[in-house]
Design a protein around this ligand. Structure first.
Ligand code: DAH
Length: 342
């Protein structure tokens, strides 16, 4: 009997010593298994119960239970200690040094084209225009035919135009949007249409096979060339400064009659002539004109009732002038160091 009691005592001592020596949670679990598990030391005492006299068995049972409680209490305490230590270590190793300088996220920058476009849109939206975009891949019919450019017209030269097939092209101008909007028949029209256009040009400081234009169109009753001039003068002054003067030179575009090109007084020298305006005092800005009656007719508008004007601006040209950039290629490289200057 006392043998068994001795044995249980020894088990408690041994277990306690082992538990004290443990420094990790999994090692602690091994101790639990070794003493309290199915094949553990304490369990084997119970298994030896058959050799104990029946009247002593309750006593033995009680010792074993007490021993289990004691060992479990030690295990639990040590488990809590180890967990706390583990957490403390983790907190220490994962501290964030809030005094370290943060990594800066690389920010991009708005493109000069986009800045210039916003400016132009702001001016025209202020005059009641709506911004409408058209497709970049366009029917020959809209890009040419409906704009009074028939099949044998030199503007259709295959050297200038990217053909997808006989009937479909990459639009060479934003003017086809005029025809698309007029065809819808919602009058009056006051629209601005910016977008990408394509021409089979070699790349150099002033040319690119893909560039951007901004188209404008106004159709209403009693629209005259005076409206065109007044509108574009306001536009020029808003964009290039209040002292800007405008000059309209006669020109030819197939879809307008009469047609003109508008120059603005050089905003660098005020018109005296400088390197910027190549000594001219004037800088060419856009093409414009009164919408040709035949174009109105082809788009379903009665030219005896309605008249209108249109204009087309090169977006890159505006950006190059406004930001004094002397090579168009810089606009397409998108080097952030370049873009950040604007
Ligand atoms: N589409 C012409 C071009 O690409 C520019 C232009 C001229 C547009 C006169 C117009 C206009 O709307 O009236 O050269």
């Amino acid at each position: 009997m006392s043998n068994v009691q001795e044995n249980v005592k020894k088990i408690i001592e041994e277990a306690t010593a082992k538990i004290q020596g443990v420094d990790a949670l999994d090692a602690l679990n091994e101790v639990r298994v070794a003493f309290l598990g199915k094949k553990g030391q304490l369990t084997s005492v119970l298994k030896g119960m058959k050799d104990v006299a029946p009247e002593d068995r309750p006593k033995v049972g009680q010792w074993v239970n007490e021993a289990r409680e004691t060992i479990e209490k030690h295990l639990e305490e040590t488990k809590k200690d180890l967990e706390a230590k583990k957490l403390a270590l983790q907190m220490e190793s994962e501290t964030i040094d809030v005094t370290l300088p943060a990594k800066k996220a690389e920010m991009g920058h708005r493109h000069p084209n986009a800045i210039a476009l916003d400016e132009v849109e702001r001016i025209f939206i202020g005059m009641g225009y709506e911004v409408i975009e058209g497709p970049e891949v366009e029917y020959d019919e809209y890009n040419f035919e409906k704009l009074n450019i028939p099949a044998n017209h030199p503007a259709k030269d295959e050297q200038d135009t990217f053909y997808i097939n006989k009937d479909i092209v990459l639009r060479t101008q934003t003017s086809p949007v005029q025809a698309r909007v007029m065809e819808q028949g919602k009058l009056p029209i006051r629209m601005l249409s910016p977008g990408r256009v394509f021409r089979s040009d070699e790349v150099d400081a002033t040319h690119s096979p893909s560039f951007h234009q901004i188209e404008g169109l106004v159709i209403d009753k009693n629209i005259t060339f005076a409206d065109l001039k007044g509108t574009l003068e306001v536009f020029a002054r808003e964009l290039f400064g209040p002292d800007t003067k405008t000059k309209f030179r006669p020109h030819h575009f197939p879809f307008t009659e009469p047609s003109a090109e508008m120059d603005v007084s050089c905003f660098k020298c005020g018109g005296k002539g400088c390197r910027f305006c190549k000594g001219e005092g004037w800088i060419e800005i856009l093409g414009c004109g009164m919408v040709h009656p035949h174009v109105l007719e082809m788009c379903g508008i009665d030219p005896t009732e309605y008249t209108g004007f249109a204009f087309g601006v090169g977006m890159e040209r505006i950006a190059l002038l406004k930001y004094e950039i002397d090579d168009m290629r810089l606009l397409y490289e998108n080097d952030v160091r370049f873009l950040k200057q604007f």
